[in-house]
Design a protein around this ligand. Structure first.
Ligand code: BG6
Length: 501
């Protein structure tokens, strides 16, 4: 991996007619193109299982994305310029000799002699193996082995430790570790990357960033959307596998890791891996005490009636899949011994927000005996989205003759400071993968360690038939998630509004 862009390159998107490619990958490539960041001679091959001409694909894409173009001018102008370099190709591993046929078609369409190639597997878990085989057969036949070829794999990485290991063995049977990029798009978000800058490009957080000063840390992921058209996937997965195993644990790593030796991939992976290894694994009988699972019922969301999870199309009538999960987690190491990390993630909640709250301990003694008002513990908010920023709550004396204290925010807002331009996570990660920079991708051992933490929760839920709590769509989630904290004298700290229904 040389960290330099290639002057000729192509990306082959398997699952190219799917939702992720339409909503995220192609727009991200168009925006990169608009910003002049793509290699000079760059080609996009979108693949699907059926035969279709490039013109037909582009027409349907333009129709489908018409609204998106209106809202996103960088996407629209980037698309116009990239359009002549987008081709549609059939890639259907179910067909006989498809690997050789596909290779021939791609080589015929690829105008340059020896491009760097990035294969993006944005395909459902069930067909992952057959696409890995297709790409392997393709690259086995390569004549020029000097041209870098990489394979970028979209989550989910298996559905438990065993299947993740199988997937990895399969990948490593076909590619070298250096060629494999395992994506978690949360690492491409500006505010997530900024956690490292906040912690390691400033001096004053580090001395207080430990169990002596921090009471608890909360990481919340709240979405208004339900499962859309993804019932087939989501009803098998649930939110613990969909979001907690990856996005939330990666954010937790960024908050909790030791200072890495450098920002280079190996150094970052090593430190994140240590955090995941130190996560206390629950015994199945402890799971009920430390976690909450719940499903949404019908309710009102933004003034509109929203269906309950079991009424969603494609969801099994007796589904026991959680759409909300919360847990209390400990990192058993020197820095974090005894500090609870509370994680929660839910769909069909009342707001879209991803946020970290670091709650500091109270001052050891008050020197203000006649104070009006309460000295609150300091609190640091790190907002991942929307309205990215950081807010440190300080106790302050409001002007006047009385002895009062008021909690005010020392705020940094991306919008105010830098304007509203923020590259999408996929822009960042696609560019990094073309440049061969794997720092913001996952190592296999991080994935395995994450499953070692998640698997016992799922086992505990099943083995002890943990209740599936409920919450009406459009609310803050189940009451039991608040009780999980209240049992330990804590409460969720959203930046606005009440936390519990
Ligand atoms: C995906 C999950 O990985 O992340 C989705 O599969 C979730 O269920 C999405 O909605 C959230 O991503 P973002 O970037 O919108 O916060």
């Amino acid at each position: 991996m040389n960290g330099k862009p290639f002057c000729a390159a192509s990306i082959v998107i398997f699952g190219g007619t799917g939702d992720l490619a339409g909503r995220k990958l192609i727009p991200a490539l168009c925006r990169l193109n608009d910003a002049g960041l793509l290699p000079h001679d760059f080609h996009v091959f979108v693949t699907g299982r059926t035969d279709m001409t490039t013109a037909a694909f582009l027409d349907s894409f333009v129709n489908r994305e018409a609204d998106h173009f209106k809202k996103d001018t960088r996407f629209a102008s980037g698309f116009e310029r990239l359009r002549p370099r987008i081709r549609y190709l059939r890639a259907n591993p179910g067909l006989k000799n498809e690997a050789q046929d596909f290779r021939r078609r791609l080589m015929t369409e690829e105008p340059m002699a020896a491009p760097a190639r990035l294969f993006y597997l944005a395909v459902p878990p069930a067909s992952m193996d057959s696409f890995i085989d297709l790409v392997k057969a393709f690259s086995d036949a390569r004549i020029d082995h000097n041209c870098p070829e990489r394979i970028l794999v979209e989550k989910p990485f298996g559905s438990d430790l065993a299947t993740a290991r199988e997937l990895n063995a399969r990948l490593l049977g076909a590619f070298s570790e250096e060629q494999i990029l395992r994506i978690d798009h949360y690492l491409g978000k500006e505010a997530v990357q900024n956690i490292l800058y906040m912690r390691f490009a400033n001096l004053f957080f580090e001395p207080v960033w430990n169990h002596r000063f921090i009471s608890n840390v909360q990481i919340s992921f709240s979405e208004e959307i339900g499962i859309g058209g993804r019932a087939g996937y989501f009803d098998q997965a649930g939110i613990l596998r969909d979001v907690v195993q990856n996005h939330l644990l990666q954010v937790l790593c960024m908050v909790a890791m030791e200072p890495p030796l450098s920002h280079r991939p190996g150094d970052l992976h090593l430190e994140k891996n240590k955090v995941l290894k130190a996560l206390r694994k629950y015994k199945p009988e402890e799971v009920a005490q430390e976690t909450v699972r719940a499903q949404y019922l019908h309710g009102m969301l933004k003034g509109e009636l929203a269906k309950g999870y079991l009424e969603e199309e494609g969801v099994r009538a007796s589904s026991k899949t959680e759409t909300y999960a919360a847990c209390r987690v400990f990192i058993d190491n020197w820095r974090w011994g005894g500090v609870p990390f509370y994680l929660r993630a839910g769909k069909r909640l009342d707001r879209n927000i991803t946020e970290i709250v670091v709650n500091f301990k109270p001052v050891p003694h008050s020197i203000f005996p006649t104070l009006t008002g309460k000295i609150e513990s300091n609190r640091l908010y790190i907002r991942i989205q929307p309205n990215e920023g950081i807010n440190l709550l300080l106790n302050t004396k409001p002007p006047g003759m009385s002895m009062q204290v008021s909690n005010v925010g020392l705020k940094f807002s991306y919008d105010t400071e830098f304007g509203d331009y923020r590259p999408d996570a996929y822009e960042r990660l696609l560019l990094d993968s073309l440049q061969g920079d794997s720092a913001l991708f996952l190592s296999n051992s991080e994935i395995e360690e994450s499953w070692k933490f998640i698997d016992p929760i799922i086992e505990g839920w099943q083995q002890f038939a943990q209740p599936m709590f409920t919450y009406p769509a459009g609310t803050h989630g189940p009451r039991e998630a608040c009780e999980l904290l209240e049992r330990h004298g804590h409460r969720w700290r959203p930046s606005e509004g009440q936390c519990c229904p």
